[in-house]
Ligand binder design. Structure first.
Ligand code: SF4
Length: 282
């Protein structure tokens, strides 16, 4: 890795994550240019991040958090703007209706922001917030990544959730290893802690809950990540993309906007029809 700028190809951490999730998704999005707008839940998550960043960015100089109302209002305005730029609905959301789904997302966004303002924001002493960092990977490409927030020796990742996530994932998640690598590039040391702040709203009027998981990364983790990135660059160069496993939770119409036109996907109803046809022949 080095810091020199050049005309190397550029890859973003979000596109690498897509490739690792499903090669076909990556191919359609980045080689064929088929852009699917985000879903409502993703817009809500982005607006939550915008509210958190609005608070923490100014805290670098002021050392004070903003009033909760200002953070909530900022996030809600951001959400309106994102919805205005377009969205996709899952099959379940289509059945409910866009208006109701958007209204529910708008109702829950303040609960996410309030939990952030009460529990997460006050404990952070931000050194930088959502800064894009570029790293040269073995002379092959420039990798651009963004950390949600960092203190002088720790990293924070913010997540919006509808249920409490399992803790084991934070200890192996390549995304968090990527953050550690970006942090090391910027500060020349690995972070002493990576804190994942999961704001969990279960869709009721009760307050959202914050579940914090702490992990670390070591040099061996960075080496493994670099191996994965080099493998991903080979896959992209050779266009040797592999579809997601049909058992992956994201390989369906609810979570993949390409599913209905994907040659590697069978609709569950079609599978059932074929099973029924098979039974009637025996
Ligand atoms: S339906 Fe599955 S295999 Fe097809 S693009 Fe989506 S995630 Fe990939």
């Amino acid at each position: 890795m080095s810091s020199k700028k050049s005309s190397r190809p550029v890859i973003r951490q979000s596109s690498l994550n897509m490739l690792w999730r499903c090669g076909i998704q990556y191919h359609r999005r980045y080689d064929l240019g088929e852009i699917i707008p985000p879903g409502i839940a993703m817009h809500r998550g982005s607006s939550f991040h915008a509210g958190a960043a609005h608070d923490l960015r100014q805290k670098i100089a002021s050392k004070e958090n903003l009033p909760m109302k200002e953070v909530v209002d900022f996030a809600l305005t951001d959400f309106e703007g994102r919805i205005g730029q377009g969205y996709v609905l899952t099959p379940e959301e289509k059945a409910i209706g866009a208006k109701k789904v958007i209204a529910e997302a708008k109702d829950s966004l303040p609960r996410f922001c309030e939990a952030f303002c009460e529990v997460v924001g006050p404990k952070i002493e931000p050194a930088w917030v959502e800064d894009a960092i570029t790293i040269e990977i073995d002379g092959k490409c420039d990798l651009i990544g963004t950390l949600d927030c960092a203190e002088l020796n720790s990293i924070y990742e913010f997540k919006t959730r509808s249920r409490k996530p399992p803790e084991r994932d934070v200890h192996i998640d390549p995304q968090l290893t990527m953050y550690a690598m970006l942090f090391r590039y910027k500060t020349e040391s690995l972070p002493v802690a990576i804190l994942q702040e999961n704001v969990v709203d279960r869709g009721t009027s009760a307050n959202a809950e914050v579940v914090t998981y702490k992990t670390i990364r070591q040099e061996t983790d960075i080496k493994v990540l670099l191996n994965r990135i080099n493998n991903a660059l080979d896959v992209i160069r050779n266009q040797s993309y592999v579809p997601a496993s049909p058992t992956a939770w994201w390989c369906n119409e609810r979570f993949c906007g390409y599913a209905l036109t994907c040659p590697y996907y069978t609709k569950p109803e079609k599978r059932q029809e074929e099973r029924n046809a098979g039974k009637s022949k025996t």
